[in-house]
Design a protein around this ligand. Sequence first.
Ligand code: NAP
Length: 495
Amino acid sequence: MPRIPADEILIAGHWPRGRGAPVRTVDPADGTLLATLHAASVDDVEEAARAAAEAAAAPAWRDLLPHERARLLHRIGDLIEEHADDLSALQTADTGKTLAETRALALSAAATFRYTAAALETAEDALTPSRGGYVTMSVHEPIGVVGAINPWNSPIASDAQKVAPALAAGNAVLLKPAEWTPLVSLAFGRLVHRALTEAGLPAALLSVLPGKGSVVGDAIVRHPLVARIGFTGGTGTGRAIARTAADKLVPASLELGGKSPTIVRPDADVEQALAGVLFGIFSSSGQSCIAGSRLFVHSSLYDSFVGELVERVRRLRVGPGTSPGTQVGPLVHHRHRDAVAAYVDLAREEGGRVLCGGAVPEGEEYAEGAYYLPTVIDGLPNSARTCQEEIFGPVLVALPYDDEDELVARANATDYGLACGIWTRDARAAWRLARRIDAGTVWINTYKQFSISTPFGGMKDSGLGTEKGRDLIRAYQRQKSLYWGTDTAPLPWAN
Ligand code: NAP
């Protein structure tokens, strides 16, 4: 059992009880209550935002040189790594994910801080070509207070992807985790708080404000002092946040949903493709924005490939995230499991054939948990709702295809454009397809591999803007141009 944090949240450098409604967080593996935590209130957001603005403007923070801020980021990375086992246990309890996955997520959060520190130390401002009697430069400055709003599926990794570049850029951050999974973000907050106080920096540079998105998230987005939003979550929420940001004329980066196609060509390495398709959709129990949830297989191998896939899906080990052998853990919440089950019912109504899964697993060990069997469905047209809407669970729809133009048209016939997988031995075909599919990320002969050094973002309804990559800090800065006059004579106009 992980150590459960006290009923305290991080507001403006202090750890009081939130003044909002009580929130119950539950272990989805067995339904046990992990903690009852008081959410932040709108007044808490107000207090955090004011203190964050002061902290961002404080000379102790504002005047730090890049290598000094980088030292703080390294310290946070080290603390996360040191506590990786505790963070992993807490996240597994809160989200149901396997310990192997949550440990990898904690270590990736540490790596994000270190990569960001390196990017910060090596970032350069530009001297731009002179076109007159002046020298011109372009410099980057902090924005002030930024909001970071995250979903429940990979809390600590998403937290690091926003907080690291925001701090590196010299800002203060208001972080809102999802109501279902506040625990690991609060534990992360403890470590950042510790690093800030050890370094003698303003502790109000990070507040962690759990609670309902419609209350706490909305208050952060609307707050006049919050001058940039980093959001990861559903497309509907992202659109609403973008509207508010547009009214305030502040930037918002949006990492949203997906319904990503995975393509198996006739020349694919079948063993590799089978393993990749299984991992792409059923790891994280399908609760992944980039899950390969639509499978297009060439008709020449459709029956044999899908037949073998179904056999292997039946053998996947479903169980609690704490069991070492588990491949498919419970879904994050019983309500979410019910929503996934409703989609499979819809697929049946739409005429789909459920080839495996399509039910909650039987057995006492599953009775109280939010489990759902890994499911493969076929026989649906690409236009079916089950083929178009993000299910965010362990549900794969399989579709045969015949030729490349038709494949590209169907793969792109979706509102989303987040990711794509291509399995082929033909490099030219991979190149052609990769360039024609609407997706922010394309994996060729691999899937769901991530690197902090490679930009990530979505097309169409999957998002706006990018996270990660060499320029990840720039997204949290304002650009300013300076003109330095070099002429000794006065400007001629006034003569
Ligand atoms: P969600 O409902 O949009 O929630 C995301 C976050 O926004 C939560 O913290 C939520 O709070 C908050 N929120 C809700 N309404 C809000 C409002 N009016 N104003 C401000 N904040 C608000 O998404 P979800 O169901 O938690 O997460 C799953 C979605 O995230 C999927 O669509 C998935 O594809 C997407 N996702 C995308 C990426 C990516 O990088 N592209 C990565 C991971 C997940 P509460 O939940 O606490 O109410």
